[in-house]
Design a protein around this ligand. Structure first.
Ligand code: DGT
Length: 137
């Protein structure tokens, strides 16, 4: 049996009021045009929360002040590779979010997310998002 290839990923759910921040992936990337939570791959030897703080600095230009414990974990198989995504909540940061990496950034309700193209791996967390944000579905 061949060993599966796994890529660990961290994603930050920035919350403002009842809204969450999503960014549209550039067309040049895999999953181009899809609306995702900011984040990315954990580098070799890096701690997950440190990876999230680094990714949000690189992608949004913000300094995260506090990261929650892991809220949700998902796996997804793209066939050739598998990803394991750790989702964190981020409520406190310094600076204004800027689209340094994404085509566009938007604050949306969980409901609005369902009408956009999102990574298949994220379809399963929408229900949990309502619970975390304390809004009814
Ligand atoms: P790079 O440019 O290859 O160093 O990539 P990174 O570290 O910016 O990471 P990225 O965003 O290309 O890879 C994350 C993988 O996780 C990618 O296959 C898409 C997948 N993914 C699924 N859901 C999400 C999500 O909500 N946010 C992020 N950032 N990635 C997600």
């Amino acid at each position: 049996m061949s060993q599966a290839h796994w890529i660990p990923v961290v994603a930050g759910i920035l919350v403002k009021g009842g809204l969450v921040l999503v960014g549209q992936r550039p067309d040049s990337q895999s999953l181009g045009g899809v609306w995702e939570f900011p984040g990315g791959k954990i580098e070799r030897g890096e701690q997950p929360q440190a990876a999230l703080i680094r990714e949000l600095r690189e992608e949004l230009g913000i300094e995260v002040l506090e990261v929650s414990p892991v809220q949700m974990v998902q796996t997804h198989s793209y066939g050739y590779t598998n990803i394991l995504i750790l989702f964190y909540l981020v409520r406190y940061w310094r600076g204004e979010v800027q689209p340094r990496h994404h085509t566009s950034l938007e604050w949306v309700t969980p409901q609005e997310l369902l009408s956009r193209p999102i990574p298949e791996a994220n379809l399963h967390i929408i229900g949990d998002l309502y619970r975390i944000l304390g809004v009814s579905q």
